[in-house]
Design a protein. Structure first.
Ligand code: APR
Ligand code: PHB
Length: 392
């Protein structure tokens, strides 16, 4: 098989890229190792930055998001039994975020692709990218029990943290920056309306807690737990009790509503950046190139930024012969990636309790939170980071 752009991976990065290339009339083939049901059901984050929602709309993939997504004008910080609302549009000149699950974004993009796009092969596992330094790169993949070759002009590795695309960049040319955290997030989905109409980020001496949602009747919540925790070690009652403790406040109006837990999982916290994000005709996008700690929900948004940048750059080259944007791809993306790493790591540090935290560390965290509530420039900095860094 031959195409212009070989896209490895049908997560949000690969699926949106395929849509953008379809819209631009650039031929592409998507290879995805898992089956459709798996990709459509995998639980991930669900906060779309202002620019991400706009990018989906511009791609003609925002219709259901605009109907069913929940625009959120604020988030709550909870600490020291206090509640503080951060008014996002007031601090950012009108920006807000949209609660719309990543699984729904993927479902919408898969439906569009299957209706009027190029090939999207499920259960097609890329084995290796070859000839990235040449004008004719190839992807070797396995599909239907047979080994095949996809020949192309460009390869975009959208195959996530565990993918194979990154391996085609020689180690001598790669710089990997990493941070691992000694804690993880225990996440639940529960059949109960969210106890608050906006997200609540809570700092507590027992650890971080986050109250989120997927729909007006579906709660998503997280607890900081030690790295290596097995989700099965926590009963539903223990999880609700712990959420109750960590979300405690002096506000007598607050009450945590409990309901049946339908899913439970543990996500490790880590940061990882692979530089550069390009080697010859191989480009890395999304989790294949970078992982952010989940505090602030930047992962999906960064993936969207990468593929919008790539599609724009390749379209420019095709239309004008100017390779400038494509040559700048890695630097352009990495600037935004490092801003998101900075933001996510700072938000993680502000809200989580390290296992070796001292009373001094606790007071520093509380002072940091207090400053956000008291000083408009500090609060603005948080709101700008939360609603997202510009694409250009
Ligand atoms: N061949 C084909 N497909 C592969 C291969 C391979 N060798 N390895 C991995 N994949 C597929 C995975 O099955 C997955 O569907 O690549 C896809 C990668 O998708 P994601 O992990 O979702 O990564 P990405 O599209 O970059 O999305 C960004 O944002 O919220 C965060 O981490 C979260 O998934 C999220 C990410
Ligand atoms: C989520 O709802 O999954 C979520 C929300 C906010 C975050 C991270 C995850 O910062």
């Amino acid at each position: 098989m031959r195409t212009t752009v070989a896209v490895i991976g049908a997560g949000p990065a690969g699926l949106l890229l395929a849509r953008l290339l379809d819209n631009a009339g650039i031929g592409n083939v998507v290879l995805e190792s898992r089956d459709r049901a798996y990709v459509e059901q995998r639980q991930r984050a669900g906060i779309l930055e202002h620019g991400t929602a706009e990018a989906l709309r511009a791609a003609g993939a925002g219709e259901r998001m605009d109907r069913e997504g929940l625009p959120h004008d604020g988030i709550e910080l909870r600490f020291d039994r206090r509640r503080h609302r951060v008014d996002l549009p007031a601090l950012t000149g009108g920006k807000y975020v949209t609660v719309y699950a990543q699984t729904e974004v993927c479902k919408d993009l898969i439906a569009l692709r299957l209706a009027d796009g190029g090939p999207l092969l499920f259960e097609a596992e890329a084995l290796a990218v070859e000839g990235a330094e040449t004008a004719a790169p190839r992807v070797r993949y396995r599909h239907g029990g047979r080994e095949e070759v996809l020949e192309c002009d460009y390869v975009v590795g959208c195959d996530g943290y565990w993918g194979v695309a990154r391996e085609a960049v020689p180690q001598a040319l790669s710089r990997v920056s990493e941070r691992t955290y000694p804690f993880a997030w225990l996440g639940i989905l529960a059949d109960v309306p969210p106890s608050h109409d906006e997200l609540v980020y809570a700092r507590h001496d027992r650890g971080f807690a986050l109250l989120s949602m997927r729909t007006p009747v579906l709660t998503r919540a997280y607890l900081q737990v030690p790295a290596g925790t097995d989700a099965a070690d926590w009963s539903d009652t223990e999880i609700w009790d712990e959420l109750d403790r960590r979300l405690e406040t002096d506000d007598p109006a607050w009450r945590l509503a409990r309901g049946p837990v339908t899913a439970k999982s543990v996500t490790p916290l880590r940061a990882h950046v692979h530089e550069p994000m390009r080697h010859g005709r191989l480009f890395l996008a999304g989790d294949a190139a970078h992982i952010v700690p989940p505090t602030g929900a930047k992962g999906l948004n960064l993936a969207v930024g990468d593929v919008v940048t790539f599609a724009r750059a390749l379209t420019r080259l095709r239309d004008t012969g100017d390779p400038g944007l494509l040559d700048a791809y890695s630097d352009t993306c990495l600037r935004r990636v490092w801003q998101a790493e900075r933001f996510s790591c700072a938000m993680t540090a502000l809200l989580h309790r390290a296992p070796d935290a001292t009373p001094f560390d606790d007071r520093l965290q509380l002072a940091g939170l207090d400053r956000i509530t008291a000083v408009r420039s500090a609060e603005t900095d948080l709101a700008e980071g939360y609603t997202g860094f510009p694409l250009d």
